[in-house]
Design a binder for this molecule. Structure first.
Ligand code: G3P
Ligand code: CA
Length: 269
């Protein structure tokens, strides 16, 4: 099994493989997680949503259409929303062929399958609760599953897990339910708003097109809910030039589809 031992970011800049190594393998599949591990990347990011029968699955879009063969398997069920299909139906879908024929047979993983694989690979996870407004209660269910899979013990909570969302209410809920879990808010709050976010988020994770050196410095001057400096991971950084720009700003990490490109840029400066 592939194993990600060393964190290959520089000491200063974490590298997070966005949806797994998603430029080289189909996003949010076990193959993408394994690919990241084989390349030596310990941090991966994923997106979690919920099926019609209440199972948590790893997929980015609220529809199955772009990344599976659902239109062929279930014609007539347009617009093929994740929430309108059971876990058993989704398990029949091919989530690899759209990317490359070599990945035919890859599946949409359940969160449980995904956590097992990330554990086996000794990886770390930035878990995004995607579209939480569609799935009332998903925060509690996600935390329950993480607990069942052994991901809420002290070592995991300290260094292997961040739960993030674009939805501030969702992140506030995660923080209220499990104050020990590290959280990230996806977005770029105004400087005036940042202290309010720092009450429930350890990270502000912003598009790289929206940040500046001053913004990063403002974040680092604030303290997060665990008494440490607020952090910033920035996305989606896929070129050497953008990597160097945000590294100069002093970001804590980059979320990238091309972790190998980012690693090389950080090493060569
Ligand atoms: O982790 C950052 C990034 O995943 C946010 O955007 O649309 O790729 O989920 P998206
Ligand atoms: Ca995401």
């Amino acid at each position: 099994a592939p194993t990600a031992h060393a964190d290959p970011g520089t000491d200063r800049t974490r590298i997070v493989a966005h949806r797994g190594a998603s430029a080289q393998a189909p996003e949010n599949t076990l193959a993408a997680v394994d690919r990241a591990a084989r390349l030596g990347f310990s941090w991966v990011e994923n997106d979690v949503q919920r099926t019609k029968d209440g199972k948590l699955v790893v997929i980015h879009d609220d529809s199955l259409a772009r990344t599976t063969d659902v239109e062929q398997v279930f014609p007539g069920r347009s617009p093929w929303k994740v929430k309108d299909f059971t876990a058993a139906e989704i398990a029949r879908l091919d989530a690899g062929s759209w990317f490359d024929a070599r990945y035919k047979g890859a599946r949409v993983p359940t969160l449980k399958q995904y956590m097992n694989r990330v554990s086996r690979n000794h990886q770390k996870l930035v878990l995004e609760i995607k579209n939480p407004a569609l799935y009332p209660g998903i925060e509690r269910e996600t935390l329950k599953l993480l607990g069942n899979e052994g991901w809420l013990g002290p070592a995991h909570v300290r260094g292997r897990l961040v739960v993030q969302s674009f939805d501030a209410n969702s992140i506030r809920t995660v923080h209220r339910l499990r104050p020990d879990v590290k959280t990230g808010f996806l977005g770029t709050p105004s400087v005036a708003q940042l202290p309010a976010y720092a009450r429930f988020a350890d990270q502000i994770n912003s598009s790289h097109t929206t940040i500046s050196r001053g913004y990063v410095a403002t974040i680092h001057a604030l303290e997060g809910p665990h008494g440490k400096p607020l952090e910033i991971l920035t996305w989606t950084v896929d070129t050497a030039a953008d990597t160097r720009r945000v590294a100069r700003f002093g970001v804590d990490g980059v979320i990238t589809n091309k972790p190998d490109v980012v690693r090389k840029a950080l090493r060569t400066g």
